[in-house]
Structure formats: C-alpha cells, structure tokens
Design a protein around this ligand. Structure first.
Ligand SMILES: N[C@@H](CCC(=O)N[C@@H](CS)C(=O)NCC(=O)O)C(=O)O
Length: 206
C-alpha cells in the first residue's frame, strides 16, 4: 500500500484528504521539517512525499494529486476526462502551487525573502506576502462565485489542494477570509466532510 509522508497542517493535508476520499488502504507517516527521515524521501526536505510499495517516490503536491486521481479513476476525483477538463485541472493545480502557495512563503519564512536582518524587515516581508496571498484569494473567490467545486466535473483533488491554503489564509491574513465569501463557503463545505474531519483530527493529534 502507498505511504504518505505528511507534516501536520502543511500542504500535504491535500493528498492526505484525497487518500481518505479514495478509501483504499494507505499508511500515513508524520514527519518533521528538517528531519533525516524527510530528507531521505524528499530531496527538498519538504512534505508531501508519496512512496509506493516498490520504493518509488513521488514528490510535489500537484503531481501526487494528479497521480492519485489517475491511479483511482473509480474515485472520480480528476475533475473529468475531456481535453479541456484536464487542462482546467492543470491550470488550477498550477495556480495553487505557483501563485497561492508561493504567496505564503514570505509569511512562513520571511528570512528567505529578505537579506535585511531584524524583526521590522521580517514584518514587512510577511506583510508583502499577506498582500500577495489576498490578491490570489481574490482570483480564487471570483472563480468560485456560483460554483460548489473548483472544477466543473464535481468534487476533485483540486478542492482538496485548495483546502490547506484556505486554512492558512483564515489563520494568517490580517482580515482572514472576510472579503472572500466564496472561498470561505468552499472551506465550510470541505470542513463538514466526515473524511476531511477524520484527517484533521489525525493531523491534530500529537
Ligand atoms: N512545491 C512543493 C512545496 C512543498 C513544500 O515546500 N511544503 C512545505 C509544507 S507546506 C514544506 O515542507 N516546507 C518545509 C521547508 O520549507 O523547510 C510541493 O508542492 O510539494
């Protein structure tokens, strides 16, 4: 069975939810950033990593989610099979990886984004990240207006991918997601899902 290496509350929450939605056996291994265990399975020392039984390792959340959706077509989490449906899934996966997730980096690790030392510089860097993240949530919010899911094909891995970032936004942006009612609504729908609740409880447990 596959093994997911995850860190609590990280973007690895997305494949963790997807594995639970799929319902096939898997193992979830909690890892710490910077640990030797994580370095051994991910050259970037980052979560998530998926390991198959034969030792094959896959990193990058977007690639793992696409792989899981294709490995389990019976779960119907790919957002549809048409040419354009697949392009839309790639489009939103790329947006989440490169635009929304990336906007959080200066918030999580300001020291990587400024050569200035001191708390003032780090605060300013975090603020810049918050502004950028808010702009990206605006893109997401406009897309979600009138939609229940990110993709036309219904519930998909892309909903799960958005979920950890939405949680970060609620917690870390100065005004939370107050201005993004459609994003908040997607969060609330996902948070009410029993599978999502099981994974949140597992990740919250010490
Ligand atoms: N582009 C990678 C980013 C993975 C990543 O950086 N994950 C974060 C958690 S959300 C992490 O492991 N950070 C540890 C670090 O930066 O040291 C992906 O999408 O999988």
């Amino acid at each position: 069975m596959p093994t997911l290496y995850y860190a609590a509350g990280a973007c690895s929450l997305a494949p963790h939810i997807v594995l639970e939605w799929i319902g096939a056996p898997y193992e979830a291994v909690r890892v710490r950033f910077g640990s030797k265990e994580l370095q051994a399975v991910n050259p970037a020392g980052a979560a998530p990593t998926l390991r198959e039984d034969d030792g094959w390792l896959l990193v990058q959340a977007g690639a793992i989610l696409d792989y899981l959706a294709r490995k389990h077509p019976e779960a119907g989490l790919g957002g549809g099979d048409g040419l354009r449906a697949r392009a839309e899934a790639h489009r939103w996966s790329a947006f989440l990886t490169s635009d929304l997730h990336a906007a959080f980096w200066p918030i999580f690790s300001p020291g990587r984004y400024t050569t200035e030392k001191g708390e003032d510089a780090h605060r300013a860097t975090r603020e810049a990240g918050c502004r950028l993240a808010a702009r990206q949530f605006g893109v997401l919010d406009r897309h979600l207006d009138g939609r229940e899911h990110m993709l036309d094909g219904g519930r998909s891995v892309i909903d799960a991918y958005a979920f950890p970032m939405i949680r970060w936004g609620m917690k870390l942006l100065p005004d939370g997601l107050e201005a993004f009612a459609h994003v908040q609504a997607l969060h609330d729908r996902l948070a009410a899902d029993p599978a999502v609740q099981r994974i949140l409880a597992r990740e919250a447990a010490a």
